[in-house]
Write a protein that binds this ligand. Sequence first.
Ligand SMILES: C=C(OP(=O)(O)O)C(=O)O
Ligand SMILES: [Mg+2]
Length: 399
Amino acid sequence: MTRIETVRLRAVLDSRGNKTVEADVLTESGGFGRAAAPSGASTGEYEAIELPVNESIAAAREHAVPRLEGRVYAGDQRAVDDTLRAADGTEDFSEIGANSAVAISMAAARAGADVLGAPLYQHLGGAFRGGNFPIPLGNVVGGGEHAQEATAIQEFLSAPVGAPSVKDAVFANAQVHGEIGSLLEERDTPAAKGDEGAWAPSISDADAFELVEEAVETVEDDVGFEIKFGLDMAAAETFEDGEYVYGDEVRSTEEQIDYVAGLVEEYDLAYVEDPLDEDAYEAFAELTDRVGEQTLICGDDLFVTNVERLQEGIDVDAANSILIKPNQIGTLSDAFDAIELATRNGYETVVSHRSGETEDTTIAHLAVATDAPFIKTGAVGGERTAKLNELIRIADEAL
Ligand SMILES: C=C(OP(=O)(O)O)C(=O)O
Ligand SMILES: [Mg+2]
């Protein structure tokens, strides 16, 4: 019923104004699915390979599309994704590009859902999903690889942990973002916005902590539920010759562990992503041992949504949560495998956008389909609100 008739690929724009791959999958029964690949800036060294868009599309047309059309069922996600892997023939999608692979994988899932007449989250997660929603982590201040001349720490994330509903949580993050805008204006601190819509003022990390803390407390008082905050330190980007270089601050591994543990204590952080380098399993484990009871220590560049890297981390208790980015690994099936391995081992999952995004809403459905406790998909900006508003619609059963 869901046999794929046609796969179309095209270049479209992403939120940075770069080209990205969009895929359409049509089934013989008239089903239709469309999805687009996101793109990272602070990419992990071990991610699947994103090829230049035209190259990726040409290679996918040559190697993958003929194996899918008339042969594979869009409703059979494993078969679609196995076919993509076989067509590519490498470990890291360097032949057809993870950008074409993930776009086709997600578009096939949408086409499968369309034929079944089910919302995507239900097709992916089953009939009993749709009752639980992730807490959205909203990027409100940032720099790193996402903005020039801004904070050294890449993302300060509002975390409305006490919100009674996903809608309240989404609105609270936007309110924190707005409050920070007002505080910056009051202080005559000009601020552009980074790639994900977060404020990108030219201030020190220490000042950013005070700013975010004040905004979170103000909004918390207003909305009446608990809001914490967290960080993506994207430490692999700052690790040079065995040291962590954040602006003027240079720290050894032990100093970085002390620094992060101190921040967790001082600001009661809910979440710290990539506090250490992408190969630093042992240092991650030391930090998790120290503060893992109080906060989430999350591996993004460390795990790259890859079950083998995650298993290495599980073996040494490196972290207690994992970021899930389907384009880091190339297919939805691979992302599901990472989520299942994480969940079986008590790791919290955080389904995530990339800094370069489109209007695609697949990750909102993926989070609901897998009962993910968190989603990281910005706070404001059209390509971010596409996902946030989709969560609100799913909760409202208004798809
Ligand atoms: C979303 C992130 O940024 P990018 O997409 O640039 O990797 C991240 O590092 O978590
Ligand atoms: Mg990250």
